[in-house]
Ligand binder design. Structure first.
Ligand code: FE2
Length: 305
């Protein structure tokens, strides 16, 4: 009996398709079903790391670094130089490796500037009024429409709210890193029920992504397989989503999808790492300062979620 590849740290290369197009590697993190990305300029070998995971065991709250080591090995094996440590949003399902990767590579960390709104929301939910300061804890906070470079390649930032208040999509040539908006065509779309989430906004964000050129390679944030598929997948084009995405293919009506999305979200449990992840991710991927006994402690709201 074959073992499910959904339990393996699968790596897949999506080669540049020509001028202005990046080389992209996807690296699967099986515990959270996250896909981490390396986006590189073939000409200069300069690269950005996107949504890399700091591994956390939610049973004993012990951290480990398998995923970031795997990503850094891939960088070395391909002779790449890390220029950016990017996140698309302060994740609720996993802890960001950003602060560690910054230490290891010297590259700046970045996120969308609406993280300030997310920080304010969660500061109340944790009753930690002064804990989160994104301007201090991230090197760059991108505004919607802002551009930056990975070597000779330009990257454009799209604001894509709905899953969170401040999620952003990175568009680099014919590649777009769409995080938790779309899921693979045989799955559908991401959830919109976390604090600050909104299904109507998520629909509008998805439509903006599906308005990109039809041959754009869309790289999603998560995959858990399906009843018929036990191998992780994370890449499909705009054309493939528009033709066959189970939830939002062409002809789907906005109000129908919003109704279905909200009904589905009402059945979903919270991710098991959410209350640990947000308070670390909103500190740029850093633990709370150690207490007098030199141990760090997380704060968990009780009877609140
Ligand atoms: Fe997410």
């Amino acid at each position: 009996m074959s073992t499910s590849k959904l339990k393996e740290r699968v790596v897949r290369h999506s080669p540049s398709t020509g001028a202005g197009s990046p080389d992209v590697w996807g690296i699967y993190e099986p515990d959270t079903g996250s896909i981490q990305y390396v986006c590189a300029d073939p000409a200069t070998r300069q690269a950005a790391l996107i949504d890399v995971v700091w591994n956390l065991d939610p049973k004993n709250y012990r951290f480990s670094t398998e995923s970031m080591e795997q990503v850094l090995d891939l960088v070395r094996q391909n002779g790449l130089t890390v220029r950016w440590i990017l996140d698309t949003h302060p994740h609720a399902d996993h802890v960001m490796a950003s602060a560690h990767l910054k230490e290891r590579t010297g590259a700046p960390t970045a996120l969308g500037d609406k993280v300030h709104d997310i920080a304010r929301l969660w500061a109340k939910l944790y009753n930690l009024p002064d804990a989160f300061d994104p301007a201090r804890d991230f090197d760059r906070l991108f505004a919607a429409g802002e551009t930056f470079r990975i070597g000779e390649l330009e990257v454009r930032v799209m604001l894509s709210p709905g899953h969170t208040l401040g999620s952003i999509t990175y568009v680099c040539g014919d590649a777009a890193f769409t995080h938790d908006t779309l899921m693979q065509p045989d799955v559908g779309t991401s959830r919109a029920d976390f604090p600050g989430g909104d299904a109507g906004q998520l629909w509008d964000s998805i439509q903006a992504i599906l308005a990109l050129p039809r041959d754009t390679r869309l790289f999603v944030g998560h995959d858990y397989g399906t009843d018929d598929r036990d191998e992780p997948q994370w890449e499909a084009t705009v054309a493939q989503h528009r033709a066959g995405n189970r939830h939002v293919k062409d002809g789907t009506r906005r109000e129908d999808w919003i109704k279905k999305r909200n009904e589905r979200d009402a059945t979903l449990p919270l991710p098991d790492r959410i209350l640990a992840a947000l308070q670390i991710n909103l500190r740029g991927g850093r633990l709370p300062a150690p207490e007098a006994d030199r141990h760090s402690y997380l704060k968990i709201p009780v009877n609140r979620f």
